[in-house]
Design a protein around this ligand. Structure first.
Ligand code: HMG
Ligand code: MG
Length: 296
């Protein structure tokens, strides 16, 4: 249990993609730099998707170029297809993430195609390996879908296996609408781990129903050691009605450090980064830990 955990910071992408207040490229870059300075050395910084679909992620090329190369840091971006990959590559991306869904309803709403079609769209992206670019894979709706309801662990396991066999170096399992509970999270992770080592999985849990930390704890017990989280608990997916942000990075760091699991994150600096973005957005962070520390 005490093995270190790697946190992938989602604030600048998953966090900002659903915010009504436009955030400038400069403010996005400053946010990323502050997160890296806090010890969050892996940050998802943007998405090369249609700006008509997600205007908040427009100019992700300028953001990626703006953060440039930082020794010891790794910047990720989402790409849904070859067009996105080419643009990400031109902007200097070293790690790109493709994103599929465990349900047809969400796949259609989010990326306008069936699950099988999405896999076909990812195949040209996997040539990234020849360019020296690593590809991460996401699966949305692993514990429930806003359109199709319950999702069977085997469906998630089969799709994870497909992404793994295509060459993704890690598969991130998204509870997009935060409906999961610990036993369900465990059952899903056990099914996926039948084919993929737990060390190659990530947990990407949204906190809509306040279950994310409990689900993460259950996943840690299963040996998963990568957690996607967003500073301040920012965000949500525009195509997942009612879903709130990722589990807050502050809440995850507080829990892990309290369990003597090292994260390498400086809480004061993280809180400063969160508060700065909260000022830009004009609303307080939803993170319980950030609220508690701010009230001190
Ligand atoms: P489409 O309509 O099927 O694609 O959209 P298309 O090929 O017919 O193209 C339509 C238009 O999009 C064209 O432009 C293309 O050029 C353009 P137009 O001729 O209308 O001006 N286009 C692009 N533009 C920029 N970058 C691209 C790109 N591809 C096509 N890569 C598409 C398919 C995927 C593009 C669209 O549905 C889309 O962008 N959707 C947004 C999906 C998204 O970003 N969702 C949120 C992120 S996923 C998430 O949050 C879940 C996650 O956090 C895990 C979890 O929590 O579960 C990862
Ligand atoms: Mg998400």
């Amino acid at each position: 249990m005490s093995d270190p955990v790697r946190i992938i910071e989602m604030g600048p992408r998953d966090g900002l993609q659903n915010e009504k207040t436009p955030v400038s490229v400069e403010a996005r870059i400053a946010f990323i730099e502050a997160l890296v300075a806090a010890g969050l050395t892996t940050v998802e910084v943007g998405a090369f998707v249609s700006p008509k679909a997600i205007p908040q992620m427009a100019s992700s090329d300028a953001v990626l170029r703006g953060v440039g190369h930082v020794e010891g840091a790794e910047f990720h971006v989402l790409v849904p297809n070859e067009k996105g990959y080419d643009a990400a590559r031109a902007a200097g991306a070293q790690v790109v993430s493709v994103f599929a869904a465990a349900s047809e309803g969400f796949s259609r709403a989010n990326i306008n195609c069936t699950v099988a079609e999405s896999i076909e769209r990812f195949k040209p992206v996997l040539r990234a390996k020849a360019d020296g670019v690593r590809v991460r894979g996401y699966i949305s709706c692993v514990l429930g879908c806003p359109f199709d309801g319950e999702i069977k662990p085997k469906v998630v396991a089969d799709l994870a296996n497909t992404l793994w066999e295509l060459g993704c170096y890690e598969v991130s399992l998204g509870d997009t609408i935060g409906v999961g509970t610990p036993d369900k999270a465990k059952a899903m992770l056990r099914a996926v781990s039948a084919n993929i080592p737990p060390a190659k999985l990530a947990m990407h849990f949204h906190d809509t129903y306040g279950q994310a930390l409990a689900n993460l704890y259950a996943g840690l017990e299963e040996g998963v050691r990568v957690i996607d989280a967003a500073a301040g608990g920012l965000g949500g997916c525009p195509y997942a009605p009612g879903a709130t942000g990722n589990v807050a990075t502050e809440d995850v760091v507080y829990m892990l450090e309290g369990m003597d699991i090292r994260t390498g994150v400086d809480m004061d600096k993280l809180l400063a980064a969160t508060n700065e973005m909260s000022g830009v957005l004009g609303k307080p962070p939803v993170s319980r830990v950030a609220s508690a520390l701010n009230a001190k």
